[in-house]
Design a protein around this ligand. Structure first.
Ligand SMILES: NC(=O)c1ccc[n+]([C@@H]2O[C@H](COP(=O)([O-])OP(=O)(O)OC[C@H]3O[C@@H](n4cnc5c(N)ncnc54)[C@H](O)[C@@H]3O)[C@@H](O)[C@H]2O)c1
Length: 247
């Protein structure tokens, strides 16, 4: 049986990489999917792929750090889709650099997208979930939010913040039948990591007990668990999906 039959999911950053894999995995499991991405072209292409799997889909071009646009899009999505059962806050960016050289702009861009974006997007759907007395919120954090990383103070702060945000939501919304959990990916092969130098990749590989980098589908499977019936008694957790790198 399909695990997400007739559920409606919103996935941010669904235009490529991990978000795209989550959107398509959810659709394959019976969900209709709202594909949110910065670029209209990418969200439309993934929405077409969802439809090809026989599910309904809506393509939304949106910058999650623009709270006015997010509020308007939230209302439109709820009006068109009718409800939202699952929200995946996946949109994220990096602007790496050592602290001494990190600009305020790079700090703000990362925090505004990864953390504030999740806050405003969640806010625009949570009232509907409370009314339904049901909902699943899944935030895509990172192992870097757990262990930190030289050159990623902004990114680590945003992901650690997202984990704190997730746990607070879990406590605040549990009595309303809503769960909130985070997935913390390790090194996943996507556009975000494709630019890393070969020496760094080799060094990273040496720290991964399962001896391979992750694929977007590995994260989609974890998100499916947190969205599906098997996790109904799980909330406030951080599920690390990293080949055993952080344990
Ligand atoms: N790839 C990894 O190794 C890895 C590891 C840990 C966590 N993550 C997290 O997983 C998530 C997805 O990353 P990915 O590897 O697929 O990266 P990616 O760069 O391939 O995809 C990121 C997606 O987010 C979207 N996005 C970025 N800023 C946005 C904004 N302001 N508004 C709307 N959409 C926006 C992009 O358009 C893109 O579709 C991110 O939150 C990232 O931090 C990735």
């Amino acid at each position: 049986m399909s695990q997400l039959a007739n559920q409606i999911a919103v996935v941010t950053g669904a235009g490529r990489g991990i978000g795209k894999a989550i959107a398509l995995r959810f659709a394959a499991e019976g969900a209709d999917v709202v594909c949110v991405s910065r670029t209209a072209e990418n969200s439309a292409a993934v929405a077409d792929e969802v439809r090809a799997l026989g599910r309904k889909s809506w393509a939304v071009a949106l910058d999650v750090s623009d709270d006015v646009a997010v509020a308007a899009a939230g209302e439109k999505i709820l009006a068109e889709a009718g409800r939202v059962d699952i929200l995946v806050n996946n949109a994220g960016v990096t602007r790496d650099g050592l602290l001494m050289r990190m600009s305020e702009e790079d700090w703000d861009t990362v925090l505004d997208t990864n953390l504030r974006g999740a806050f405003v997007v969640t806010k625009s759907f949570v009232r509907a979930m409370i009314r339904q007395r049901a909902g699943r919120i899944i935030n895509v954090a990172s192992v870097i939010g757990l262990i930190g990383n030289a050159g990623q103070a902004n990114y680590a702060a945003s992901k650690a913040g997202l984990i704190g945000f997730t746990k607070s939501l879990a406590r605040e919304l549990a009595s309303r039948g809503i769960t909130a959990n985070a997935v913390a990916p390790g090194f996943i092969e996507t556009d975000m990591t494709s630019g890393l130098k070969d020496e760094l990749k080799t060094a990273l590989l040496g720290q991964i007990p399962l001896q391979r980098f992750g694929q977007a589908e590995d994260i989609a499977q974890a998100a499916l668990f947190l969205a599906g019936p098997g996790s109904k008694y799980v909330t406030g957790q951080v599920l690390t999906v990293d080949g055993g790198m952080v344990m």
